[in-house]
Design a protein around this ligand. Structure first.
Ligand SMILES: CC(C)(COP(=O)(O)OP(=O)(O)OC[C@H]1O[C@@H](n2cnc3c(N)ncnc32)[C@H](O)[C@@H]1OP(=O)(O)O)[C@@H](O)C(=O)NCCC(=O)NCCS
Length: 180
């Protein structure tokens, strides 16, 4: 019911358990594209798996923790952004994102992440927002850079995927650095 305009045909809105069928259909379009780059628990194979992801986020949101938001282009769910972690107590959060292939290259994830960062820093008074990505995920690190984040370091070989351990980059931005 409530959604935030990102641009002409792009909107950001909460992604909730009642979206399970739509989310599962979207994952069918996104699954193989995102599999190497996101946490394995997010890449589910069927409706029950999709619903379980939405329920997990809903439960964590109820405790003022993680949150999940869908990005719609002309009404169709094409991806999203999330607080994979959110702690008002420690003043820090971590942001993640994904898109189905057809939605890449339009700038919508950067706009959506800006909305999350603005809410975290301006409305909720958080101090630090992190971004974790595989070191060879160039499109993801490009988003972190566009958001004004700083590459703080690399966790060496901390990302196992199909028998290979990949480096993980940790990017972050602090409240005084945020330009709404
Ligand atoms: C990471 C991911 C979400 C980035 O998607 P993206 O489309 O590159 O990011 P944005 O939506 O911010 O769009 C930026 C692109 O749109 C272009 N663009 C077009 N209009 C734009 C605008 N108004 N503003 C900003 N960028 C715009 C940019 O030039 C850029 O394209 P380029 O890299 O080819 O130059 C996507 O590649 C993805 O889903 N990957 C697989 C899953 C994944 O890696 N998730 C992150 C895990 S850490």
């Amino acid at each position: 019911m409530f959604s935030l305009p990102l641009r002409d045909n792009a909107r950001l809105e909460p992604l909730e358990p009642w979206h399970a069928e739509e989310f599962a259909a979207h994952l069918d379009r996104a699954r193989e594209h995102i599999r190497p780059w996101v946490g394995p628990a997010f890449v589910t194979d069927d409706l029950d798996g999709a619903r379980a992801t939405l329920l997990r986020y809903a439960e964590r949101q109820a405790g003022d923790g993680a949150r999940l938001y869908g990005i719609r282009l002309d009404g169709t769910l094409v991806g999203g952004v999330m607080f994979t972690d959110f702690s008002a107590g420690s003043g820090s959060c971590e942001i993640g994102c994904w898109l189905e292939p057809a939605a890449e290259g339009h700038g919508v994830v950067t706009l959506a992440c800006r909305a999350l960062l603005d809410w975290a820093f301006t409305t909720r008074g958080l101090f630090r927002a992190e971004w974790h990505c595989r070191a060879d995920n160039e499109r993801s690190s490009a988003v972190a850079k566009r958001l004004g984040m700083t590459l703080e370091g690399v966790r060496r070989q901390s990302w196992p995927y199909e028998g290979t351990r990949h480096d993980k980059q940790v990017w972050a931005i602090l409240a005084p650095e945020w330009q709404p």
